[in-house]
Design a protein around this ligand. Structure first.
Ligand code: KG4
Ligand code: ZN
Length: 350
């Protein structure tokens, strides 16, 4: 029997980039399992994600990642006796990221999710990856007051969003060029630190002086949009001028410039939108100095800061299952011919 939506159990699948992930979430926010298999080692040799390799790796990994998530969640019934057919797990829907992301990677997750939905006679829910990131903080903080100003900072996106409730988003600002995570990755590659750059820059910066270099803070006093493309060029120029400078000082000064801009814009956006809370989302939200600065800014504004745990900041499938759960209840299932869309945008209200 299918559960009522509020108690529904949803399997989420995420394969938009280089994490192969599956998770089971019940009753809106109860994470029963969350399995993430990272392809970082596979792509590290190339200094970035190689789309062709990512797609193939998802294909190899996804079935066992899903089996693991179902097993850990305890939703698998006892094996059917000798029928040879996989028994139907206790689920109410299968949700998968349909975009944005790499086409070859998205297709793997979407196809497998649809196949499972069809085989188990369950609804399929196509989830927007960006909306998934917005749900990550809600998974761990149930009672929030709206609107929230959310800084969504990942490897592919940098957006400032006023979340007026689940499913109701207003875009306040966005990057005009590079995403914040992309800037971390590019500078880390230039310094020869490795991939992905964010955590490596953060670690290198711990021993550095954030005031050793004064890097540009683009558009700091101008509106709610961001620009990071000039920052990498400034880092390259500064290092060529002072080749004796330590990686730690460069990393710390670069990180300080990014964090200052991100937090200043979030505060400006929150004031403009009348925010009742600040929220972080996306891989860069795992950054310690950013988390600390945003927490301080929220305190100054007298509103709470909702920071997802680090595991919920980077790509995972629990956030996809949570967004899928909400969509199932408020919008309904997606047709089985819903296509993957690499350029899918966050749906915004006027
Ligand atoms: O959300 P995510 O896992 O994947 C995308 O949807 O893009 O974000 C990945 C990005 C990468 O650019 C990575 O360098 C960055 O998040 N990142 C960080 C940290 N951890 C991951 N950036 C700064 N500090 C970190 N600790
Ligand atoms: Zn992401």
């Amino acid at each position: 029997m299918t559960a009522s939506p509020s108690t529904a159990t949803v399997l989420g699948i995420e394969t938009s980039c280089d994490e192969t992930a599956a998770a089971v979430v019940s009753e809106r926010t109860r994470i029963r399992s969350s399995v993430v298999s990272s392809q970082v080692d596979l792509h590290a040799t190339y200094g970035g994600v190689v789309p062709e390799l990512a797609g193939r790796a998802h294909l190899e990994l996804l079935t066992s990642v899903v089996a693991d998530a179902l097993q850990r969640a305890g939703v698998l019934p006892a094996p059917a006796d000798g029928a040879g057919r996989a028994p139907r797990p206790s689920l109410d829907a299968v949700a998968a990221t349909i975009g944005p992301g790499l086409m070859g990677s998205l297709l793997v997750g979407v196809s497998e999710a649809k196949a499972m939905a069809l085989a188990w006679d369950l609804p399929f829910v196509g989830v927007n990856h960006l909306e998934g990131h917005l749900f990550a903080a809600l998974l761990e903080n149930e009672a929030v007051e709206w609107p929230l100003t959310v800084l969504l900072v990942s490897g592919g996106h940098t957006m400032l969003v006023s979340m007026e409730g689940p499913g109701r988003y207003r875009q306040l600002g966005a990057t005009l060029d590079d995403a914040a995570g992309e800037a971390f990755d590019k500078v880390a590659r230039f310094l020869g630190l490795g991939y992905p750059g964010g955590p490596l820059i953060e670690r290198a910066a711990e021993a550095g002086d954030p005031e050793a270099f004064v890097f540009p803070r683009a558009l700091l006093d101008d509106g709610l949009d961001f620009s990071f493309s000039g920052l990498k060029t400034a880092v390259v120029r500064a290092v060529r001028k002072r080749p004796e400078a330590s990686d730690a000082d460069v990393a710390a000064s670069f990180q300080a410039a990014v964090v200052e801009v991100l937090v200043a814009k979030t505060v400006r956006g929150a004031l403009a939108a009348g925010a009742k809370g600040l929220c972080l989302a996306g891989g860069v939200a795992a950054n310690g100095p950013l988390r600390a600065a945003l927490t301080g800014a929220a305190q100054e504004l007298g509103i709470p800061a909702y920071l997802p745990s680090r595991a919920m900041c980077t790509d995972n499938a629990a956030m996809i299952a949570a967004a899928g759960w909400w969509q199932l209840e408020h919008v309904g299932p997606s047709p089985l011919d819903t296509a993957a869309d690499p350029a899918l945008r966050l749906p915004v209200v006027a």
